[in-house]
Design a binder for this molecule. Structure first.
Ligand code: NAD
Ligand code: HJL
Length: 221
């Protein structure tokens, strides 16, 4: 399995404002790059915080990219995956439409009524007691044939994936804006590391829109 985390952040490292609403940090060029990256992957993963804040669709948008996937015998868009301990994904969320297969990674804490409501629209996987056990959940995704994984956020999930040692590559678009705010989500939130900080190796620096795309490889994979 190969896991690439992709996100856009402001010049001061925020993914959104303290209101946690969807905020376009990327410009057209970066969104087109994200679309090409999606088109190359087997699955696109987000945390439920991102579903609740952004209601993303996570599909490939460009017709030529969709057609190329179909020509290769694949679905037009990769599978979508939501990491959602207690099944908070709304049943009318855009990721649950029929544009692609969707997996919900739940924990044992997800109530039965939520499971029943969501099972009609998604494949349910369970790993972990209170929170989703990401090592087990990603192992289950691999068993489904999902090898090339892209993670699109948010900050809580990204931190946990680094903590679990699951990240191979990190791509961050740093946009020309400053958001600020101690409560605004950053690229990696969660508890934070105090020792054994994951180290990264810089692979590429590319100017894009009015910002910069940084491509990093992780050292410990
Ligand atoms: N700029 C970008 O590229 C970008 C991308 C995605 C999201 N965002 C923004 O980020 C914010 C949402 O991010 P977030 O950090 O609140 O939520 P998130 O998307 O990271 O989801 C976190 C939630 O996932 C669930 N979860 C289950 N198991 C988990 C585990 N082991 N580790 C971590 N989470 C687990 C928990 O309910 C947790 O609250 C929104 O403001 C959104 O607009 C920005
Ligand atoms: N690359 C990127 N640049 C941004 O400026 C931004 N805000 C996001 N945020 C990721 C988030 O999850 C978005 O909501 C989905 O990228 C939307 O995906 P859709 O168009 O609905 O398929 N991602």
């Amino acid at each position: 399995m190969h896991v690439v985390v992709n996100a856009a952040m402001s010049a001061d490292g925020k993914l959104s404002s303290r209101r946690r609403e969807q905020l376009a940090i990327s410009g057209d060029e970066d969104f087109a790059r994200v679309d090409r990256l999606r088109a190359k992957r087997d699955a696109v993963v987000v945390g439920v915080g991102t579903v609740l804040a952004d209601d993303p669709h996570l599909t490939v948008k460009d017709d030529a990219l969709r057609a190329r996937r179909r020509d290769d015998g694949r679905s037009a868009s990769p599978a979508r995956v939501v990491v959602d301990s207690s099944g908070r994904t709304p049943t009318d969320a855009a990721v649950l439409d029929d544009a692609a297969t969707t997996y919900l990674c739940l924990s044992e804490a997800a109530p039965v009524d939520r499971r029943l409501a969501l099972a009609e629209r998604a494949e349910l996987l369970t790993a972990g007691d209170e929170r989703v056990d990401l090592l087990r959940a990603f192992g289950a995704l691999q068993e489904q044939g999902l090898e090339r994984i892209m993670v699109e956020g948010g900050g809580e999930l990204i931190f946990s994936l680094f903590e679990a040692g699951l990240v191979d590559e990190l791509r961050t678009f740093v946009g020309p804006t400053l958001i600020g705010g101690r409560d605004a989500p950053t690229l990696a939130d969660g508890e934070g590391f105090v020792a054994a900080f994951p180290t990264l190796e810089l692979e590429a620096v590319d100017r894009l829109d009015d910002g910069v795309l940084l491509t990093w490889k992780t050292d410990d994979r």
